[in-house]
Design a protein around this ligand. Sequence first.
Ligand code: PLP
Ligand code: ZN
Length: 415
Amino acid sequence: MDHVTGLRCRECGREFPAEALHVCDYCFGPLEVAYDYDQIAATVTRASIAAGPRTIWRYRDLLPVDDPAPVDLGAGFTPLIRADRLAAELGLGELWIKDDTANPTGSFKDRVVSVALTKARQLGFKVAACASTGNLANSVAAHAARAGMASVVLIPHDLERAKVTMTAIYGGAVVSVEGNYDDVNRLAAELTSEHPSWAFVNVNVRTYYAEGSKTLAFEVAEQLGWQAPDHVIVPIASGSQLTKVAKGFAELATVGLLDEVPSVRISGAQAAGCSPVATAFSEGTDAIRPVKPSTIAKSLSIGNPADGWYALAAIRASGGSCAAVTDTEIIEAIGLLARTEGIFAETAGGVTIATLAKLAAAGVVRRDERVVALVTGHGLKTVEALADDVGPTVTIPATLEAFDAAIGIDAVSGR
Ligand SMILES: *Cc1c(COP(=O)(O)O)cnc(C)c1O
Ligand SMILES: [Zn+2]
């Protein structure tokens, strides 16, 4: 049984039943899932979680749908890796990488989609749909295939090739739209009204979808031995993930899984070519001005972020920061993470690590903090971003002489 009491408007607090609703009829504010925390506290323990599956579903008591057989490809419980070599490069002390490249379709989106489609199926939907910057499309198509649902995904026409292939292979409809993500999302909103029997994971079931991101906070705390970190670096597209990471840590204290209310600083990471939240943060305003994205970090290219205001508020309330990094810095950071820790991240991961480096250099992320950086997507998804910069060290004929002349044994004899 789930512990959901209903949906609640984030603006006016009105309550609604737990159906496929996402905006308040009264004030048009976004809705959020409300839980009976007393009931959860009486049910869930660290031991009950530890006895669960090694997926996001070990936290089922804190998720908005309970199903003994969820729509599941194994999302979540990804490695939390101590990153001492990267920490040394950045002048930091205790640094951890949450490696969400290890998810079934290679990005953190598997967390939110597994939750969204489990709820959508329970609500009776037969078709899964979404507007996507790429990774959501991958994940929706894969999880729909797993669930035996049809899928319709809408993507901007200029996505990375791997993301298109990784979506189309699952057999659903892939609609490439001549426009950017914000155009695609507008079309998706129109289609949601036209096709009320489709579950648009980022529109009419977004309220449930968003809850899946809390599992990042749950896992980080559990993997640190049921302790919260001091500072988390989170990439921002719509801003949903960041707000839910904050909610996740708070909920752990509410239901008694953490001993004290954690004070986790949360800092946001954006690409300079699409930085509406970072710009509002540095200008000290509440007004998020939409932008036209232009960056290699396509998975974060949302110029008009739906949860931008809430992300900004969560950052400020936590005492965190928000910064933006250039495409050159993103590429350098992808290389730095790979060289120091053996993790190959997509451009969004480069945004997180480059922002971490920038905030560390500025003294905002501190050496005395326990820091976690969320690396949210796999590098194989965005290889073209690196194609001009990364390749063979040298190309030689197949002879020993040529090898020795080009490389020499000393160069590779280890350190
Ligand atoms: C979608 C996405 C994000 C950010 O998600 P939001 O919740 O929309 O802010 C971060 N990283 C990757 C790789 C993504 O695909
Ligand atoms: Zn309202």
